[in-house]
Design a protein around this ligand. Structure first.
Ligand code: LR7
Ligand code: MN
Length: 533
């Protein structure tokens, strides 16, 4: 009898443990499935991040409870009249004005529940009770009424009221000035209207200038913030005012407005043309992350959604106000923050949804491509030192295009005593180095492969392995070879052994930092000793 009881207890215990694991696994599913390629579709010349990879559909089993008495949040503001004031007419293309499905956005209302997409462990992280308040800054140009209102209301609904000092809207000369006036009736909301189109960069500087809280929080005008989005960011900035932090940016579908969880394994990166992309965090960092709630260091931020100490923002020179309309300011800010003594991080316990679009729904007075070139040229000229040449090779059309005077920004850089771009590459974004264009590298010493195809050469390829390579390559000695650190390469191909066995052949294959068979920098010395280079 005792044995039967003991067995029953054992079975129940096992079932309970399995049940718990299943629950946690289910709970955590969206965050743990393997991420896909992080490259972004590029639409047009300057549109650099129209979507996010690794999205998981919202199956809505966990929703954020609505705070009761929503009416209190919006005071005397007549939401119905505001929304009805601009309605899609029957037969109108719902994508025409905003590059997302306006009919669907309008249908959703302003208080919809969204899934809490954080890792379940985020719910038990504690934050200081006396965090400083923030001014939320949202610039907009002809934003749809329903998306802008949802942005504002999600902030009011999902932030501790004591942390929201104010919401500052900057209407960047939208066609209808009424949007701004009406929204100002919402408690805590102020709206400043530009007298002419300034673009998001100067608009944000204006908003920051009007802010009264010690911390600035920037948002795009078509976001929805998620559960406890603000506390993790303010906490990190409070602990160290030089940190500039952003949330994981979830995706709001431009077609059906579904709220989709983004991967927690991504950081911001870019290529030499200053094209922003989401990329996997390096494998070594990923392996050492045993706590999914910890911050992720990021070389650059996407640009639209971040929190920064106001004095630090001012001390570092706000933004380059000679940049127009849209684009490039995220690189300029990111280089500046890192090189002048701060840091950038993505906080996985903070999630904000954003409607990613495939095209700009607004005009660029100087044209989209020219504006992007002007802005990124300014960033490259001020911050990239000798590495700006790679920007110009990747974007030849930028050469000779006007970008105005950068004297003030160079003075700022000197005054702040900022580090070099080389320092940034070595310490913040070493992966960028691997993508240096093959024919314009720093180490241009040509290697005359005087391998003379003697029957067998002895070459040390790794510390532990000494191999005898029989060179079966037929090499034209006139070809230029380069030591592009750390790989021995010719254009996009790298020298590699085919196997770690004696007598294995060498071949050329696409370069990869992760391929141990490719001959690398550390082998160079030994190769030199062996009289090869
Ligand atoms: O002339 C303008 N004036 C404005 O006030 C043009 C735009 N805007 C406003 C606009 O209404 C919106 O609120 O500026 C904001 C950003 O414009 P979007 O939404 O058209 O740009 P985006 O989402 O494609 O842009 C991303 O890159 C930009 C580069 O300049 C900015 O940094 C955006 O803030 C940034 N958005 C994000 O980072 C959100 C996450 C997307 C990603 C990746
Ligand atoms: Mn946006």
């Amino acid at each position: 009898m005792r044995r039967i009881r003991a067995n029953a207890i054992a079975i129940l215990t096992v079932a309970w443990i399995l049940g718990t694991f299943y629950y946690l696994w289910q709970d955590n599913k969206p965050h743990t499935s393997s991420p896909s390629s992080a490259s972004q579709p590029r639409v047009g010349d300057s549109r650099s991040h129209a979507g996010r990879p690794d999205i998981h559909r919202d199956d809505s089993h966990r929703t954020i409870p609505l705070i009761p008495q929503q009416g209190q949040l919006i005071g005397s503001f007549d939401e119905k009249a505001y929304l009805l004031g601009k309605q899609l007419k029957a037969g109108d293309d719902p994508y025409r004005d905003h590059a997302f499905n306006l009919a669907e956005s309008d249908r959703l209302g302003s208080e919809r529940a969204i899934r809490d997409t954080r890792h379940y462990r985020c719910a038990s992280v504690n934050y200081d009770a006396n965090l400083p308040p923030t001014s939320i800054i949202i610039t907009f140009h002809n934003e749809a009424r329903s998306t802008l209102l949802r942005t504002i209301k999600s902030v009011l609904m999902r932030s501790p009221p004591s942390l929201i000092q104010e919401i500052i809207l900057i209407d960047d000369f939208s066609t209808d000035p009424e949007d701004c006036q009406l929204l100002s009736q919402i408690p805590k909301v102020r709206c400043l209207r530009n007298a002419r189109r300034e673009g998001l960069i100067r608009s944000r500087v204006r908003g920051a200038g009007a802010a009264s809280a010690p911390i600035l929080t920037f948002l795009d005008s078509h976001c929805e913030v998620n559960t406890d989005w603000l506390q993790p960011m303010i906490q990190r900035v409070k602990e160290d005012h030089t940190r500039v932090v952003s949330p994981i940016i979830d995706v709001i579908s431009l077609d059906n407005f579904a709220y989709l969880a983004a991967s927690a394994d991504l950081r911001g990166g870019f290529d030499w043309s200053l094209h922003f992309k989401w990329e996997q965090i390096p494998i070594e960092q990923k392996m050492s992350r045993n706590d999914p709630t910890l911050p992720i260091r990021t070389p650059v931020i996407a640009g639209g959604i971040f929190v920064m100490d106001k004095s630090w923002f001012n001390h570092l020179g706000q933004y380059d106000t000679h940049m127009d309309i849209w684009g490039g300011e995220n690189f300029e800010l990111s280089f500046r923050v890192w090189m002048c003594g701060g840091s950038l991080e993505i906080l996985p316990c903070s999630r904000v949804g954003h409607v990613f679009r495939k095209r700009h729904p607004y005009d660029f007075p100087e044209g989209n491509a020219l504006t992007y070139i002007k802005n990124t040229r300014r960033a490259a000229e001020v911050w990239m030192d000798e590495y700006k040449q790679y920007y110009y090779s990747a974007r030849p059309s930028a050469q000779g295009k006007a970008f105005g005077s950068i004297a003030e920004r160079l003075t700022l850089r000197r005054k702040l005593n900022c580090k070099s771009f080389r320092w940034y590459m070595e310490n913040v974004y070493p992966e960028l180095r691997q993508s240096l264009p093959a024919n314009q590298t720093k180490t241009t010493k040509p290697i005359s492969l005087s391998l003379s195809l003697s029957p067998c050469l002895s070459l040390c390829l790794s510390v532990s392995l000494c191999l005898s390579l029989s060179l079966s390559l037929s090499l034209s000695l006139s070809q230029r070879w380069q030591l592009v650190e750390p790989l021995l390469r010719q254009q996009d191909l790298c020298l590699a052994i085919t196997a770690f066995t004696a007598g294995s052949k060498v071949k050329m294959e696409p370069c990869s930092n992760k391929e141990p068979r490719q001959v690398r920098q550390s082998d160079r010395q030994k190769g030199r000793q062996a009289g090869l280079v």
